[in-house]
Design a protein around this ligand. Structure first.
Ligand SMILES: Nc1ncnc2c1ncn2[C@@H]1O[C@H](COP(=O)(O)OP(=O)(O)OP(=O)(O)O)[C@@H](O)[C@H]1O
Ligand SMILES: O=C(O)CCCC[C@@H]1SC[C@@H]2NC(=O)N[C@@H]21
Length: 300
């Protein structure tokens, strides 16, 4: 048996499209369509194309495997087939809701990837039985042998005037030798007692629908629907010394002190507070006997 098919269906069973549809496509409810495909390049790319062709809010596209999964900052997302959950959802905050709420102003859409992070973290912690934390903006971290490692990532992309696609990659059963990078992890490596992907997917989608409903009900105000508070409570970046690698090549090292009302990370450095809206943020963990500016092996 080759390494690519080492995992039989019994060990990594496929998702069941019809039971997922029965459980999730309820009326009323956010989710309007759900497809599980065996293989594709990127569920985000596919769903953005469907959105441009007029797909309705609430479409969900799940792939058992991706050959060109994409991450933030032009990175790749790689994981063996059925080793995790790889899916994208289409939201249309730029349209009024069926119950008559107005469109959410575009300047509040920046909260949606953070909302997806809060919802995913809550659902994964509850369903898989492991503690999770968010690294700004929306990496999901778990603890493996006392180290914070990334078990999920989220990529939000504008699809058209009214909608955006949010993609989630969650490592479920990956073993150490299957990880794309040593700073990654999976729910299995974090000791999760539950690794069944069907209930995990249902829980994450229900949690996203719940948070999105709350956010839409207050026209996207992150404070009023307590999203800002929930995000801050679950964010491991706050209070840490971080290095932000900003677009354009500038670096900023300081303490992450807040997430502002636009979802930006506020970094306090040299007596100034600077909001950071894009770029890579690295947690710098001071190591006994070393400066905070430690080597890459001490960073997440
Ligand atoms: N399944 C996964 N789980 C966790 N993180 C992942 C996964 N797949 C990809 N990544 C993340 O994506 C990044 C890998 O992206 P990429 O392959 O583009 O490498 P890079 O080192 O960022 O850039 P380069 O392309 O220049 O080598 C890693 O930083 C890792 O955090
Ligand atoms: O951590 C990141 O940088 C974001 C990773 C997002 C990966 C998911 S997998 C499903 C969806 N399709 C993609 O091509 N990317 C997202």
């Amino acid at each position: 048996m080759t390494s690519s098919n080492r995992w039989s269906d019994l060990e990594r069973p496929p998702l069941n499209e019809s039971t997922l549809r029965r459980a999730l496509l309820t009326s009323p409810g956010l989710w309007t369509a759900l497809d599980v495909v065996a293989d594709t390049g990127s569920t985000n790319s596919d769903l953005v194309a469907r959105a441009k062709a007029g797909a309705a809010e609430g479409a969900v596209l799940v792939a058992e495997g991706q050959s060109a999964g994409r991450g933030r900052l032009e990175r790749r997302w790689t994981a063996p087939a059925r080793s995790g959950l790889f899916f994208s959802i289409l939201l249309r905050p730029g349209l009024p809701t069926p119950d008559g709420r107005p469109a959410v102003p575009v300047d509040r859409w920046g909260w949606l990837p953070l909302l997806a992070g809060v919802a995913t973290a809550a659902a994964v912690s509850r369903t898989a039985g492991v503690d999770t934390a968010l690294k700004w903006p929306n990496d999901l971290l778990v603890s493996v042998g006392g180290e914070e490692r990334k078990t999920a990532g989220i990529l939000a992309e504008r699809a058209d005037d009214t909608g955006l696609v949010i993609g989630v990659g969650l490592n479920v059963s990956l073993r150490e030798d299957e990880l794309p990078v040593p700073t990654a992890a999976s729910l299995a490596l974090a000791g999760a007692p539950v690794l069944d992907r069907d209930p995990l997917l249902r829980a994450v989608l229900r949690s996203v629908a719940e948070w999105y409903g709350r956010w839409r009900a207050v026209d996207g105000d992150p404070h009023e629907c307590r999203l800002q508070e929930a995000y801050a409570a679950g964010c491991a970046t706050l209070g840490r010394t971080v290095r932000a690698e900003l677009p354009g090549g500038r670096e900023l090292v300081g303490e992450a002190v807040a997430v502002d009302s636009d979802g930006r990370l506020v970094i306090s450095a040299g007596g100034r507070q600077e909001p950071v809206g894009a770029g890579d943020v690295v947690h710098i963990r001071p190591v006994a006997g070393h400066d905070a500016e430690s080597d890459r092996g001490d960073e997440r």
